[in-house]
Design a protein around this ligand. Structure first.
Ligand code: CP
Length: 328
């Protein structure tokens, strides 16, 4: 396997899985299957209620939901904001670029400050792996939710992705799920793979440039295999998760130009028609590098679930807030 790109140190330690939900949501790896299934039921109820035009609940009335995004976000931040509002809570956004973080305040002090002001939840996106665990160590009562920590995990994305797959397909028994592209830097792939494992999905494969793959040992520890020929990987897949090329995390220049990446690894309309199954589902967590890892025709085409993912993100995040609130 080709050498890795320079990257941040990523943890290999696994969180222990319990049978009960914790106060926090930090990794997919720690989520019990029964908790995930109940969460999906809750999200389905919220979605049904919305379709029926029912008024939003007041499940989180009087609660304050702090949004601490140290890295950019559109979907995760806005959907948590909407989810909090729909549950009767007050979202509190700290604009990190104009916050005391710019004066050197640490993550821990920021968390303790927000909690002291009355925040019951802190939704944190941060560039460093395990930043959620750091926050959880100093939070006295607040629920910490990991909204993406470096290249480590993005558990709420995995939950909304898998919820959307199951909504479209009913079951993943016997199906093959492909993660395509920049796996090495993808917190989305890591969280999805852990979650699929918990849910008993056996056939998970990855494909993409060898330089953007984790080590063989890491792939082996996840129980998944690398399929180096893109055409063969696409031909097996019932679900394809196309991953964003994480340019901002590459410690050196991407080993190919956007054009050559598309040529070698991009999900083009031509490849979709030629190699994919007729009923394949195409996912992308967004934001997309259109014309690099995915073509516009594919992203907007009939196989695409991209906007379903975004829409379901609100229901999943409502369910997460409600269930963590109920748990403790
Ligand atoms: N998928 C995702 O996390 O998107 P944002 O960066 O826009 O939140």
């Amino acid at each position: 396997m080709a050498p890795r790109l320079a990257s941040e140190k990523r943890p290999v330690k696994k969180a222990a899985k319990s049978t009960a939900p914790s106060r926090h949501l930090l990794t997919s790896a720690e989520l019990p299957k029964v908790w995930v299934e109940a969460l999906f039921d809750e999200a389905r109820r919220f979605k049904t209620a919305e379709k029926a035009g029912h008024p939003w609940s007041e499940d989180l009335k009087g609660q304050h939901v702090g949004l601490l995004f140290f890295e950019p976000s559109t979907r995760t931040r806005a959907s948590f904001h909407i989810a909090a509002k729909r549950l009767g809570a007050d979202p509190v956004t700290v604009e990190i670029a104009f916050s005391s973080v710019q004066k050197g305040e640490s993550l821990e002090d920021t968390v303790m400050t927000m909690e002291a002001m009355g925040c019951h939840f802190l939704i944190i996106r941060h560039g460093e792996a395990l930043s959620g665990q750091r926050a959880a160590r100093v939070a006295k009562k607040a629920h910490i939710i990991n909204a993406g920590d470096g290249s480590h995990e993005h558990p709420t994305q995995a939950l909304l992705d898998t919820f959307t797959v199951l909504e479209r397909r009913g079951s993943l028994a016997g199906g093959t799920v492909l993660f395509l592209g920049d796996i090495l830097f993808s917190r989305v792939a890591r969280s999805n793979i852990e979650l699929l494992k918990t849910l008993g999905v056996k056939n998970v494969i990855v494909s993409g440039p060898p330089s953007l793959m984790p080590s063989e040992e890491e792939l082996e520890s996840w129980g998944i295999s690398y399929v180096p020929e893109l055409n063969k990987a696409l031909a097996q897949a019932d679900v394809v998760h196309v991953l964003r090329v994480q340019l901002e995390r590459h410690g050196q220049k991407m080993p190919m130009t956007p054009g050559s990446y598309r040529e070698a690894w991009g999900l083009t309309e031509e490849r979709l028609v030629k190699f994919c199954k007729k009923d394949v589902l195409i996912f992308h967590p967004g934001p997309m590098n259109v014309g690099v890892e995915i073509d516009r025709e594919v992203a907007d085409g009939p196989h695409s679930c991209v906007l379903d993912q975004v829409a379901n993100g609100v229901f999943i995040r409502m369910a997460i807030l409600k269930r963590l609130h109920q748990a403790c």
